[in-house]
Unconditional design. Structure first.
Length: 407
């Protein structure tokens, strides 16, 4: 995972657009720094020269190359380098990495300072990190002629998928693959970037046991983005791109809550959009019965944390049902919501029975420590057919209604 650090006396705004941290300076033309190569694999005893480049913020929008996010700048400072593990790899003062006689990974951190030309200007230092993988004794990096990225072409907002990186030689034969935590060749993992973090991010996840899952694309909102990967193997740098379309989410939660005015009962959000089509592509909630899952429950608001009791609700009602205009469209979700004790498998309207029945009304807020996502009577419904579905609560005095748009 690549991490871009910051040391500055200027006020900063930090934004994440990849599995690095990108720092946006408010008071300087010095906005970004890149240490190249972005990721590196060496045989023991091998060497590699690093370069450090500063960029301005002239490139904005989704058409920018995240590997060169602006115009190169000449700054007054001198790059400095350090290794996080000198038993694996060392780095000289002028940026030459030397792989030691020990297999493993070390991070080389390159920093660059913009020394101000006048006393009133801020001094800004930015840092970028290049992970260096040193192979086992006697092993040499494969000859890589090309690198490609593959995955699903779509991803729901809130969903994630993992990219597969394939390295091929000059004949087109596969010499290495990486996906998630699988990295049988042992070569260093690629560095990943997104051109639009408002649509999709790309992250590396490290488990509690140190297992790295890299190249995980996370959908943020509907739209399109391009994921870029870069890796240097045996002195040869390759890049690859992958276009991703983020669709509407495949799951949604609707809560019955008090209005912020405190004078009414509402479904929130009043209108939601989910994608059953994307659920089929992702095989969610499973490949047998894929579809969009919508969960209903009672959830308190910030203003009214202890929502529904007979003394605090305007209509002296503390349990609510959900009645669909087309009850047949609300199918059975295969699992119950987290925290709910209602068995999975109910279809159609919610709350048709008594509080102790297998289809109780919605009454309970999440309780416990830590609190579950939903109360004990929350229920989910599965929507598989695109369309617009309306629903309401017919509990006397509630007057709450809403719409589910299924794509």
């Amino acid at each position: 995972m690549k991490i871009l650090g910051l040391i500055s006396v200027a006020a900063v705004l930090v934004a994440c657009n990849n599995d690095k941290m990108t720092d946006v300076l408010n008071e300087s033309q010095f906005y970004y720094v890149r240490v190249d190569p972005q990721s590196l694999t060496l045989a023991q005893g091998g060497t590699q020269q690093l370069t450090v480049t500063a960029y301005d913020a002239s490139c904005t929008g989704t058409s920018c190359n995240p590997l060169a996010p602006g115009n190169p700048l000449t700054v007054n400072g001198i790059p400095t380098f350090r290794s996080t593990d000198t038993t694996v790899a060392t780095v000289s003062s002028d940026g030459v990495i030397t792989a030691r006689a020990k297999a493993g990974t070390a991070n080389i951190i390159g920093t660059l300072q913009n020394i101000p030309g006048a006393p009133s200007l801020p001094s800004v230092t930015l840092a970028d990190t290049t992970p260096v993988t040193v192979l086992a004794t006697g092993a040499t990096p494969p000859a890589v002629a090309n690198m490609t990225l593959t995955s699903r072409s779509t991803n729901g907002a809130g969903s994630n998928d993992t990219l597969t990186v394939t390295y091929t030689d000059a004949s087109g034969a596969t010499v290495a693959t990486q996906r998630g935590s699988s990295n049988p060749s042992g070569i260093g993992r690629a560095a990943f970037f997104t051109n639009d973090p408002s649509v999709a991010t790309v992250v590396s996840i490290v488990s509690s046991t140190g297992v790295v899952t890299s190249g995980v694309v996370v959908g943020v909102k509907p739209g399109t983005a391009t994921i870029t990967a870069s890796n240097t193997v045996g002195g040869v740098t390759k890049t690859a791109t992958f276009p991703i379309t983020i669709t509407d989410p495949v799951t949604a939660t609707i809560s019955i809550t008090t209005a912020t005015s405190g004078t009414g009962i509402i479904f929130f959000p009043n209108t939601i959009t989910v994608s059953a089509t994307e659920a089929v592509a992702e095989g969610r909630p499973n490949t047998t019965t894929p579809g969009a899952v919508v969960t209903f429950g009672v959830v308190g608001t910030t203003l009214f944390a202890n929502t529904f009791t007979t003394t605090t609700t305007p209509n002296s009602t503390d349990c609510f049902n959900v009645t669909f205009a087309n009850a047949a469209a609300a199918g059975a979700a295969p699992t119950a919501p987290a925290g709910s004790t209602v068995p999975a498998g109910n279809t159609g309207n919610i709350g048709t029975g008594a509080a102790t029945s297998t289809n109780p009304p919605l009454c309970s807020v999440p309780t416990g420590s830590p609190a579950p996502a939903f109360g004990k009577d929350a229920q989910s419904r599965l929507f598989t057919v695109p369309g617009t579905y309306t629903y309401s609560s017919t509990t006397p005095g509630s007057n709450a209604s809403g719409t589910i748009i299924v794509k």
